[in-house]
Design a protein around this ligand. Structure first.
Ligand SMILES: [Zn+2]
Length: 470
């Protein structure tokens, strides 16, 4: 009886703490709005996020975290730790931008730098909300003498560069009990959705240059090899599982029509909801590439760029996040934000429902047709996931519209929702060991004995220049 009363008293205290915490975070949010805006302006692509990672590191260092950098041969990867002992709770933060999505914070297409990079996936908000959560939690832990370790993971190049894989390979996640992740979206709520496993590579063909009119017989076209590979893949599509996605671009197709190209490059992604199934599809894609080289009498080289697992959801963590997101609530627009939202929605007719940003949706299930290197982490440790409405309802990620939202107050309001959701969830995990135990039990049940194995070869170097085309 006495134990029950004590537990009930502790729970009531925590509830008071949470209300006070939400108010405190509101008063501290302007500073983090500025941090997110700076990273939005830096707009640095994967593995080049020098200023962005420096800014996050300096904020964490100032707050008393111990910084470790670089990690796993990646200059812009870092960890920041505070506290000691168990549990070890990790919060992940990303900060890379996307090429070609430079966009001002206005509801019409207006690049700041023509063809330049922009934060079309809102990772400026992602990294900053995680920073906001980490610093807030550290203050709370210090004030209440909470036992445990808080770790922030600065994870570069999420957009196709796989930064988390190299951090995990270097052992940076060792000892973690639960990982908290979130992603900008056009809605709020816990996520139990999986994602698509991905393998990506650059296929380079080397031929023999010749005058295309005067001596074509002397040349061997690298572009021919690439196109035969592409054509083989088009035939392959009929004979692979329905849920497969294969897409590619030609990043180099030769210099001029009157020169037989001696070099051509294709950048290709393949995806499927299951990594073991994708392994088999990948073997067949390699055959298409070899066929291209064989038929065109050119040489083919492949450089593996990225490989990420589908996300392994966690039921008990999703329930915990859902409970806390209901305390946090959604995003309310001012009249000006409402008119910004209406203007931007005219460019995307028929998508989403304006007003839904105010609600917290039930945990999302199924899978999203995207991929993330957070997938690998979710197969190594129990991982919680949440979304916040940083984008106007109906605005998809990787668009100029999402880049615009990420640079203004709508994006910042969603970012605060995410930070609050992370903080309240971590408070439960630090004070209630049963929640950590339940998360681990769900993790074991979901993976059902499957042993995670990174698809990146042990000696593979991080593709630090994967955004450059040769
Ligand atoms: Zn993203």
């Amino acid at each position: 009886m006495r134990v029950i009363l004590l537990l009930a008293a502790a729970a009531a205290l925590l509830a008071d703490d949470k209300t006070a915490m939400l108010q405190k975070m509101d008063s501290q949010s302007p500073h983090y709005g500025e941090v997110s805006r700076k990273i939005w302006e830096f707009a640095e692509v994967g593995y080049k996020e020098n200023k962005s990672s420096e800014l996050l590191k300096s904020e964490l260092k100032q707050a008393g975290f111990a910084i470790e950098a670089p990690i796993g041969g990646v200059p812009t990867a870092f960890t920041a730790a505070w506290g000691q002992g168990k549990p070890v709770i990790a919060i992940m933060g990303e900060y890379d931008a996307l090429p070609g999505l430079s966009q001002d914070a206005v509801p019409e297409r207006r690049p700041i730098v023509n063809g330049g990079p922009g934060h079309g996936c809102g990772h400026n908000l992602l990294g900053t909300a995680s920073l906001f959560a980490a610093v807030t939690l550290k203050d709370w832990m210090a004030a209440h003498h909470i036992k445990g370790t808080l770790r922030f993971y600065g994870t570069p190049a999420e957009e196709g560069g796989g930064g988390k894989l190299y951090m995990a390979r270097a052992g940076a996640f060792n000892g973690v009990d639960v990982v908290l992740s979130w992603h900008p979206a056009d809605q709020n709520g816990a996520s139990m959705a999986s994602s698509l496993a991905i393998i990506s590579a650059k296929f380079r063909f080397y031929g023999k240059a010749a005058h295309a009119a005067a001596a074509p017989d002397a040349g061997r076209s690298a572009l021919d090899g690439l196109m035969i590979m592409g054509q083989s893949i088009e035939f392959l599509r009929e004979h692979i599982p329905d849920s497969t996605r294969i897409h590619y671009v030609i990043t180099n197709g030769g210099a001029a029509p009157n020169i037989v190209p001696d070099y051509a490059e294709m950048f290709l992604y393949a995806r499927h909801p299951s990594m073991p199934v994708l392994d088999g599809i990948w073997e067949r894609i390699l055959k298409c590439a070899r066929a291209g080289a064989l038929a065109s009498e050119t040489r083919m080289e492949m450089e593996l760029i990225d490989s990420a697992y589908n996300i392994l959801p966690n039921d008990s963590l999703a329930a915990l996040v859902d409970k806390n997101m209901r305390l946090v609530g959604g995003v309310t627009y001012t009249a000006w934000e409402q008119s910004f939202a209406e203007t931007i929605r005219k460019t995307l007719p028929g998508r989403g429902q304006l007003g839904s940003q105010e609600k917290v949706e039930p945990p999302r299930e199924g899978f999203t047709s995207a991929s993330t290197d957070a997938g690998d982490i979710s197969w190594m440790y129990p991982m919680a996931a949440l979304s916040a409405a940083t984008f106007v309802p109906g605005v998809p990620p990787h668009s100029w519209q999402s880049a615009a939202c990420a640079g203004m107050s709508i994006g910042r309001k969603g970012m605060v929702v995410a930070a609050k959701g992370l903080v309240l969830t971590a408070m439960d995990l630090f004070t209630d060991p049963a929640q950590v135990t339940a998360a681990k039990a769900d993790f074991e049940k979901r993976r059902a004995g499957y042993e995670y194995r990174s698809r990146i070869p042990a000696d593979h170097k991080p593709p630090l220049n994967y955004r450059d085309n040769k």
